[in-house]
Ligand binder design. Structure first.
Ligand SMILES: [Zn+2]
Length: 188
């Protein structure tokens, strides 16, 4: 399903990068498809928590959104937001762009600034958590724990607050590497 909807995801994602939400009708015109089939595709993607559409307008696609969240991402001077901290480095890495991100530490809440040059995040003590659980809804099940932490110590504190968290602790460059693969087709 995600493969079949790729042209729609690409077109919507590209438009969101400009800082604008995009209507289903505009996406349809852009890819030469019917509004009905684009509407269906967007709803399929939304049903697994990878898109958000309100009143016929796509406001989020593949983790990128024009609606404020606690995860900020500035790309080419355009202020955008993401659904999880991992998206910040993943999307910037796939684009190979300069970017800045901002997200609260999952343990202490302190604001963490992320600097990215040509898709590569600057190496700092910050670590991220990449959840491994298979999930049926990315936004509801994966995103809430795909967080960044000031340090390994804060990540360990957070892990200790829950008995069942499957996933991996990764540095920002390691997360960027995963993201480069994950978003490659969407930014192509
Ligand atoms: Zn912290």
């Amino acid at each position: 399903m995600l493969q079949a909807t790729l042209p729609v995801r690409r077109a919507a994602f590209r438009r969101l990068l400009s800082g604008q939400a995009v209507s289903v009708i505009e996406v349809a015109a852009q890819i030469g498809s019917s509004p009905e089939s684009v509407h269906r595709a967007v709803h399929d993607v939304a049903s697994v928590g990878m898109a958000e559409v309100t009143d016929g307008t796509v406001v989020a696609m593949d983790g990128l959104t024009t609606q404020p969240t606690q995860h900020g991402l500035t790309l080419d001077g355009v202020q955008l937001w993401t659904w999880c901290a991992y998206d910040i480095v993943g999307i910037a890495a796939a684009l190979g762009n300069d970017a800045t991100g901002c997200t609260p530490c999952g343990a202490c809440g302190r604001s963490i600034d992320v600097e990215i040059r040509n898709g590569d995040p600057k190496v700092t003590a910050v670590v991220g958590w990449l959840p491994s659980e298979a999930c049926s809804n990315v936004r509801a099940e994966f995103c809430p724990s795909a967080l960044f932490f000031c340090s390994m110590e804060h990540l360990e504190q957070w892990l200790a607050t829950s008995d069942d968290r499957g996933g991996e602790a990764l540095s920002l460059p390691e997360l960027a590497e995963r993201g480069r693969d994950e978003w490659r087709q969407v930014v192509a």
